[in-house]
Structure formats: C-alpha cells, structure tokens
Design a protein around this ligand. Structure first.
Ligand code: NDP
Length: 315
C-alpha cells in the first residue's frame, strides 16, 4: 500500500477564470473590429439582495470585457405573460446575443415556460431543451456555465479525462446531468449517483475523478475518496453553527475568525479533510464557483459568433 504523504494540487478557479476572461476580452476586441459588439440582457425580477449581487457582478464583468449589457428589472408582481412579452422582444433584438433570466423567479411565474421561450441561440445559460439536446448529441451549442467551467478547470490544469473513471454525485438539470454528459463526451467512463444510490461510497471510492454537486456541507468524507483522485467540489453551503465550523475546520484560526466576523462560513459538498487524500481538488470558495461568470461571458461571445455563422473556435 502507498503510505507516502502526497501534496494535493489546488485547482485555482480564480486564476483560471482570469485567464478565460482575458481570452474573452481579446475575442470581443476582434469582433468589435468587425463591427460586432456582443450583447447580454439580464432580467432580474424583484428585489432579492442575493440575486442583485449576482446580476451586478455579471453586468460589471460584461463592462470589463467590452460586452454590451442591459439589465431589465421588472417588479416582483410581473406575470408570466408579461415576462413572455419581454423575452420575445429580446429574442427579436439584433444587438442582444445572450438572454439570462436570473433564477429563482417568484413562485407565481412559470419558470419552465419562460426558459423555453428564450431563443435557443441566445440561451447563454444553456438550459433550453434544444441546447440540452445539442450537448447530448455533441453538436455546437451553448452549454450550461457551471459544468462548462468544470471541464475548463480539468482541461487547463492538464488533468486527464479520457479513459478516467468519473463519478458524478448529483443529477440536477443545471449541474449533475450536463456535467456527466460533458465528461462522457470527453471520453470518461461516467457513473451518475443520486439520493437513491445504494452504498454511495462503493462508487465514489472507484472514482479517479469525483464531482460532488449535492448541496450538503461536507457530505463526501475522506473514507469515500480514492487516494490520489481528482475532486471537483461544486457545493456552496453556508454553515452557520459554530460546532459545525469546528467539525469541518478543526483548529483553523482563519475560518474561526471568518465565522466570528460574518456568522457563517462556506463549505463545499466534500469534507475538507478529504482533500488531503486527493491528487488535486477545487477549493470552496475559489474553485468551480469562480468559473461560472467567466463561462457566461464566453457563452455570450460564442452566441454572438454562432448567430453570425462565425465558428466559435475562430478567435
Ligand atoms: P439540486 O438540489 O438540484 O441537486 C442535488 C442532487 O444531489 C440531486 O440529484 C440529489 O439526488 C443529490 N443528492 C441529495 N442528497 C443526496 C445523498 N444523500 N446522496 C447522494 N445524492 C444526493 O442541487 P444543484 O445541482 O443545483 O446544486 C448542487 C450544489 O452545487 C449546491 O450546493 C449548489 O449551491 C451548488 N451550485 C454551485 C454552483 C457554482 O457556480 N459553483 C452553481 C450551481 C449549484 P436526487 O436527484 O435523487 O434528489
């Protein structure tokens, strides 16, 4: 048995996101010289402070990269029909390449109907069934941002995917399923686990590449991980109990100070102690989450190109 102490590689999502954003800015400049300015419309319904922060960051990043952006802020009381009119106007606009509806929407609004109303070629979130189908069949299209970010982390870190035993825990339409499809398209051998999986550990322990998208703090523990595996932690869980903070980060003065200051710390779906047995891992925060906006920017530029018959690879 290999008892040698290994030092896992930290997969720095912030650095990779900066790299992608710099490349996107260059792509935008090249388009602008051809008279094309990519444009993103963001619809933010109501006054949720968390959603407002996300949307502001998206709009600010557009500005930094030279992408035109427009924020549309209907009141909480807007109806599904009124939203459909908004979306249809954006679908018809030549200067808008991407349409993003910030989720969650108020309960009285039919989210599914709205997401399906976005023109597939402007669906920068990659949630439209047409884009889900394109991803599945390996055609060019717009892939969901978080899974696309995972693939970029692996690719840019030079980590192998083809032939690897990949296990994805979580089967949501937004993260788990599209991640599994993208890993399969990259020739991994993929297993998808979920809440009905019997003996989860027996699957995760076989994983060379383990993706956790569960939504439960520190759920994947060290004994569930194959030594040397690559761990991709998608989870963003806010821990507000001091005892839990000590359980996840025993004797860590930085986390204790952060908790004392903010009353919470963020923990992924993988127990921090499991990272020590890995070969490489994405930290939380600063891992997968850092990529999401960069991939949205990339999708907006890809949409601008695809709509005009320019190959997305042609930078
Ligand atoms: P969902 O709640 O939609 O899906 C969670 C999945 O985990 C489900 O498929 C569920 O199974 C599975 N699951 C739940 N409990 C267990 C269990 N005990 N054993 C095995 N599987 C289980 O979450 P999302 O996919 O939207 O998000 C997952 C996490 O990723 C969250 O922490 C979220 O905050 C984070 N996230 C991070 C993003 C980022 O940018 N980094 C973006 C999006 C999400 P079942 O289907 O059977 O119910």
């Amino acid at each position: 048995m290999d008892e040698m102490k290994r030092t896992p590689t930290i997969l720095d999502g912030i650095a990779i996101a900066s790299q992608i954003k710099a490349e996107v800015a260059t792509e935008v400049q090249a388009l602008v010289t051809r008279g094309i300015t990519p444009g993103l419309a963001v619809i933010l319904v109501g006054e949720s402070p968390a959603s407002q922060i996300y949307v502001r960051t998206k709009v600010k990043t557009c500005g930094e990269l030279g992408i035109f952006s427009e924020m549309i802020t209907p009141p909480e009381s807007i109806t599904t029909d009124e939203m459909l009119v908004l979306v249809s106007a954006l679908n018809a606009r030549e200067d808008i390449d991407g349409i993003l509806i910030q989720l969650p929407l108020p309960k009285h609004v039919d989210t599914k109907r709205l997401l399906e109303a976005v023109a597939p070629d402007k669906d920068v979130d990659g949630f439209h069934p047409v884009n889900v189908g394109r991803l599945q069949s390996g055609q060019p299209g717009l892939a969901p941002c978080t899974p696309a970010g995972i693939i970029e982390i692996l690719r840019r870190s030079g980590l192998p995917v083809a032939g690897q035993n990949a296990v994805v825990v979580g089967r949501s339409d937004i993260v788990g399923k599209p991640t599994a499809v993208m890993l399969l398209n990259a020739s991994a051998t993929v297993t998808v686990c979920h809440s009905r999986t019997v003996d989860l550990g027996s699957f995760t322990r076989e994983a060379d590449l383990l993706v956790a998208a569960i939504g439960r703090a520190g759920f994947v523990t060290a004994d569930m991980v194959k030594p040397g595996a690559t761990l991709i932690d998608v989870g963003i869980n806010r821990v507000t109990d001091a005892a839990d903070v000590e359980k996840f980060f025993p004797g860590d003065p930085n986390r204790a100070a952060a908790f004392a200051k903010r009353g919470s710390v963020v923990v992924g779906d993988i127990h921090p102690a499991a990272f020590a047995v890995s070969g490489a891992y994405t930290p939380v925060p600063g891992g997968v989450g850092a990529l999401t906006i960069a991939m949205l920017m990339q999708n907006t530029v890809t949409a601008a190109k695809l709509r005009r018959g320019i190959s997305p690879g042609n930078k």
